[in-house]
Design a protein around this ligand. Sequence first.
Ligand code: PRP
Ligand code: ZN
Ligand code: MG
Length: 223
Amino acid sequence: TMRDNGRLKIAIQKSGRLADMSLKLLEKCGISLAKSRDQLLCMADNFPLDVFLVRDDDIPAFLATNVCQLGILGQNALLEQQANENGKYAELKEVMALGYGKCRLSIAVPNDFDYKDITSLSGKTIATSYRGLLAKYLAEKNVSADIVTMQGAVEVAPRTHLADVICDLVSTGNTLKSNGLRETDIVMQSQAVVIKNEIKDVEINSICEKLIARLRAVLRAEN
Ligand code: PRP
Ligand code: ZN
Ligand code: MG
């Protein structure tokens, strides 16, 4: 079966901020992926690697169930799922940071919001897709606020009165700017990372080590 075909399996984002860079990175490792891209799966023809193209939020689950042994995703996505899933993803380890997909998870408030410091958020409603990381941050700061979880389009929450402020990813800052929001607190910095599950199969593990060595060589050459 596909599951035990003796090949290493890596899960990467199928579309979104990390997708193209992740495919390019594999190509820079000398891995040639079939041109006609299947919706789910790409098989390398010169390296024993299968690439699963999936939603970034699903990558930890692909590893935890051992469908894939490696993944590339944002630190933010990994840490959020680890914060929420109660130990389910504790085994997943960050192997290396990749230097792309840089962004930060930040709190942002409407331009006319009277913000002095984090305590200004006490009793307010905060919209986010990162409940786990935001809740941790607020607890550390001893601030109690209501969190509303949204799957996307978090930036519209204040305008629609769904929430007073937001906590979302920022990279260029354009989304905040065009929605009349300003950044007040950085909850975490993030970038793309390689994550790995424990690999019991000796052969798969040695393929994995080969790939990681190639990734390190590519990054060294670029820096
Ligand atoms: C993130 C975030 C903002 C945008 C910020 O969304 O939710 O919408 O990027 O980037 P900027 O500062 O460069 O404008 P993303 O593109 O990751 O997609 P999603 O909202 O669909 O998850
Ligand atoms: Zn996503
Ligand atoms: Mg967005």
